[in-house]
Ligand binder design. Structure first.
Ligand SMILES: Cc1cc2nc3c(=O)[nH]c(=O)nc-3n(C[C@H](O)[C@H](O)[C@H](O)COP(=O)(O)OP(=O)(O)OC[C@H]3O[C@@H](n4cnc5c(N)ncnc54)[C@H](O)[C@@H]3O)c2cc1C
Length: 391
């Protein structure tokens, strides 16, 4: 059968694919968006705990990890948080700032998905669901073969996202297609993901499961401060998820349990006290934590009975408790994938592959990974918007 002709075929109806489809449709291009799920934007729906942390007021290139840290600048400069906010406001979608510039919907993230679908409709971009891509070839135009027919287009945009949360439809198609066309893909790994303990640490720390503390975690020169949650197997919570994106197998994580305070100064101030160390630490941590921490590292006794040398050593441990994770909890629990299509292969101005005219990539499939806090969706909107101007 003869392929159906379109100007633009987009694979992936997620944050980036839908945004690009809207922009290309507005330019008068005939657009077809192919999606293998039975709904669009499944990750957008679950994002931010169902309220979608859709952007961050402090979007800056420093919040992104990439082999080329400059690559994201052009798309971020073209499409700002204010641009996305004005889009929401046009649709009457209300939102609020939670903390550190993170913007969430007041209602459900479904509102954002409905907004994107409605804008696709207005722009004439067609969406085809439950469509499996069998293969792509380039014979002048791109031919995309699917289980619902073949499509031919002069531009092909790959917006298939990362590998995380396979249950929501993640696939490796984008990476396979990049390789098929001779484009390099940087090493892929789960990011914004809980870290798992080695066996001895699991035995020691699993009784803390469910306990949350405020701490600063560092991995090499990178530091994040915030809530850290102990799980049955390891560490989760915002600070642990953030540091996981910078962690490589074998690296140590240093935990500062009293960031912004001087433990030794606190101890010397209370050195005359009969208060037990464990009770003193419970001023700063949940009881379960201070009790386990003391039983493991420093037998608890009244503060007055420790020498200054002891207190120095305890302070040191509180400020620099090191753990070497065994691994991450993998793509099943990762918010994003670190790595992707090597940015050296793409034009940062257009998102088009330098070696393959008409082939574009946008969103998480590209080697640009945001920190926690709305940065990943913003990259998807911004790179999708940019690609949409050129496909
Ligand atoms: C649980 C969770 C919560 C998150 N919360 C936030 C948050 O609050 N804020 C934030 O900024 N980021 C968040 N993220 C990350 C964010 O959702 C992604 O980075 C973003 O959706 C990436 O956009 P994308 O368009 O590149 O990919 P996606 O939105 O993943 O879209 C890719 C689309 O391609 C489709 N697809 C894949 N393979 C194929 C194929 N072979 N054929 C056809 N279609 C295919 C997928 O089904 C999907 O619809 C969260 C992620 C998860 C998993």
């Amino acid at each position: 059968m003869k392929p159906i002709e379109k100007d633009v075929v987009i694979i992936g109806a997620g944050a980036a694919g839908l945004t690009a489809g809207i922009e290309a449709g507005r330019r008068g291009r005939s657009v077809l968006i192919l999606e293998h799920n039975d709904q669009v934007g499944r990750k957008v729906r679950v994002s931010g705990g169902g309220r979608c942390n859709f952007t961050n007021l402090g979007i800056r290139p420093e919040h992104y990890i990439s082999r080329n840290p400059h690559f994201c600048k052009s798309a971020l400069a073209r499409y700002s948080p204010a641009d996305f906010i004005s889009r929401l406001e046009r649709h009457g979608i209300r939102y609020h700032e939670k903390e550190s510039g993170q913007l969430f919907c007041n209602g459900s993230s479904e509102q954002i998905v409905r907004m994107l679908v409605s804008e696709c409709g207005d722009a004439g971009a067609e969406i085809r669901l439950k469509c499996r891509v069998a293969g792509v070839e380039k014979r002048g135009r791109f031919i995309v073969r699917t289980d619902t027919g073949a499509f031919a287009s002069s531009s092909l945009l790959i917006a298939t996202g990362g590998l995380s949360y396979p249950a929501l439809g993640a696939s490796d198609l984008g990476f396979r297609m990049a390789r098929q066309f001779g484009l390099a893909v940087t090493p892929l790994k789960p990011a914004l993901v809980p870290l798992s303990f080695r066996r001895p640490d699991t035995a020691m720390l699993s009784p803390l499961s469910g306990v949350s503390i405020h701490a600063e975690l560092s991995c090499g020169p990178v530091k994040f401060q915030g809530p850290v949650l102990f799980t049955h197997h390891g560490l989760s919570g915002p600070a642990a998820l953030q540091i996981s994106s910078y962690w490589n197998q074998g690296d140590e994580i240093a935990i500062n349990l009293l960031p912004g305070r001087d433990a030794y100064a606190l101890f010397t101030e209370h050195h005359g006290s009969r208060m037990e160390l464990q009770n003193f630490l419970s001023r700063f941590f949940p009881k379960r934590f201070s009790s386990l921490w003391c039983s493991r590292f420093v037998p608890s006794k009244p503060l007055s009975l420790y020498s200054h040398r002891d207190l120095k050593a305890i302070s040191q441990k509180l400020h620099n408790w090191t753990i070497r994770p065994a691994d991450t909890e993998g793509y099943g629990k990762a918010e994003v994938t670190r790595g992707g299509i090597d940015t050296a292969e793409l034009s940062s101005k257009t998102m088009e592959a330098k070696k393959v005219a008409g082939l574009f990539f946008a969103g998480e499939v590209v080697d640009v990974t945001g920190q926690l806090g709305g940065y990943n969706l913003h990259w998807a909107w911004a790179s999708g918007y940019t690609a949409g101007q050129y496909v």
